[in-house]
Design a binder for this molecule. Structure first.
Ligand code: HEM
Length: 305
């Protein structure tokens, strides 16, 4: 057994013109691995920098960081589906179940934001955060680009003007989330949106190009007929769509309502959107997999929760 591994290692290094003995010597001097180096706990636990002295600001920062880590886990799973050449209904269902578990966790844990911070503290530390907004989470946008065809992310008002021949630039200008930071009469963009685009627009366009044919919805559509009719797969697709685009969005909206709607008076959000209308799922009807819902279900989107 030992000599078999020895030979395999030799072959491995010979294949790349490396001397196996040198690697063995390196192994002799290398440190044993431990938990904190592997998980990078020191680096991870040094990333929480408050802007104020209020203890609940730590809840806010850390919960966002937990979200970003989960977003990354979701993107890793979606990438595996995108790159898979031999997708079956059961493999697809398994991957969707993984993604949904992360999103279920994001949704059920959102009460950490809604009920887990003192309103008085929140109201004070949030004033130091303008003009930043969760709206500027690039990974959240990437999850959307990787989940569905671009047309389903276009603002409903402009969908008829965009088709396969539209440039990515043009489509980008009409994404639903432009509405959070753009005055459509003057074309003027808010600072929050402008700096977000300066940092990520090129990356988003490259990303959206890659996923134009490899997003979850396209991957589903190109499965053989039998797989597309698989009940477990359809249920998994619908569960994900519902969780992301109704449950998560509602948990988020309820949180905004909790902090930014005081006695019926709404307060301006740090990112400056008209958030009451912008955030409620019934207005935008964001749906990743529209063919999997009935006309009635689409009409009632976001109204029964
Ligand atoms: C107290 C907690 C929170 C409040 C009050 C809140 C409020 C808001 C508001 C009002 C917006 C609309 C844009 C704006 O004008 O700023 C927004 C957008 C957004 N926030 Fe939050 N948020 C909270 C927590 C979070 C968390 C934990 C995340 C997770 C990363 C998050 C991610 C997002 C995303 C992705 C958007 C854009 C959503 C879209 O375009 O529909 N938010 N948030």
């Amino acid at each position: 057994m030992k000599s078999k591994i020895n030979n395999q290692l030799k072959e491995k290094y010979e294949a790349i013109n490396q001397d196996f003995e040198d690697y063995l010597e390196g192994l002799l001097h290398s440190k044993p691995i431990n938990y904190w180096d592997y998980i990078q706990t020191d680096a991870l636990l040094n990333l929480q920098i408050q802007r104020t002295v209020f203890p609940d600001e730590m809840v806010f920062i850390m919960y966002h960081q937990v979200n970003e880590l989960l977003f990354k886990m979701i993107l890793v799973e979606i990438e595996q589906v995108a790159k898979s050449e031999e997708l079956t209904a059961s493999l697809f269902t398994d991957k969707l179940a993984r993604i949904s578990r992360y999103f279920d966790m994001l949704t059920s844990s959102f009460t950490i934001m809604k009920d887990g911070m003192d309103i008085e503290q929140y109201t004070k530390f949030r004033t130091t955060l303008t003009p930043a907004s969760g709206f500027q989470s690039a990974q959240y946008r990437k999850i959307e680009f990787a989940s569905t065809e671009l047309i389903n992310l276009i603002d409903k008002r402009f969908r008829d003007t965009i088709d396969r021949n539209s440039s990515y630039e043009n489509a980008f200008e009409h994404l639903y989330w432009q509405a959070a930071g753009k005055n459509y009469e003057t074309g003027e963009k808010s600072y929050t949106l402008t700096v977000f685009e300066e940092k990520y627009k090129d990356e988003f366009i490259r990303f959206a190009q890659f996923y134009s044919t490899k997003n979850l919805y396209s991957k589903f559509k190109e499965l053989p007929k039998e797989a597309k009719e698989d009940e477990a797969l359809i249920a998994a697709m619908r569960h994900l769509d519902y969780t992301v685009n109704i449950k998560w969005v509602m948990a988020h909206y309820n949180t905004a309502n909790h902090y930014l709607n005081i006695g019926g008076q709404t307060v301006e959000a740090t990112g400056g959107s008209e958030w009451v209308k912008y955030m409620h799922p019934k207005y935008q009807k964001r749906i990743f997999f529209p063919d999997l819902w009935t006309k009635q279900e689409i009409e009632a989107w976001g109204t029964n929760i």
